[in-house]
Design a protein around this ligand. Sequence first.
Ligand code: THU
Length: 130
Amino acid sequence: MTLLLEARRLRDMAYAPYSGFQVGAALRSTDGRVFGGCNVENAAYPEGLCAEAGAIAAMVAGGAREIAEIVVVADSPTPVPPCGGCRQKIAEFASADTHVTMVTLSGQERTMTLAELLPGAFGPSHMDKG
Ligand code: THU
């Protein structure tokens, strides 16, 4: 299964009645498995749960902890980058050179590394006291 096909399939499952903007995300963990998610909004917090966060939650619940690559699909004029919060969530389970690929429904594609998306990321080393 390609990550792109899975992310497109999941995008169709999105629950986005407030923004009308459906997003799908699929990731491969370093053990070779595929996990995915879609955005899920709600009336009180219309921004809801991002597709990337859903994919990460599925991965962690499945027992994997490391993202090898992740693909995000949305119907937008240009490829949609993960929001700031999702960049930090991806960083928790990926490395600086992990590829994040953003794809539009019309097939425009852009790949960036996590370091490009989140330069100067806060990480566990910043909490080291000694
Ligand atoms: N959204 C995602 O799921 N992922 C992104 O990378 C950008 C934004 C969702 C959140 C919300 O449901 C809708 O898109 C509009 O912000």
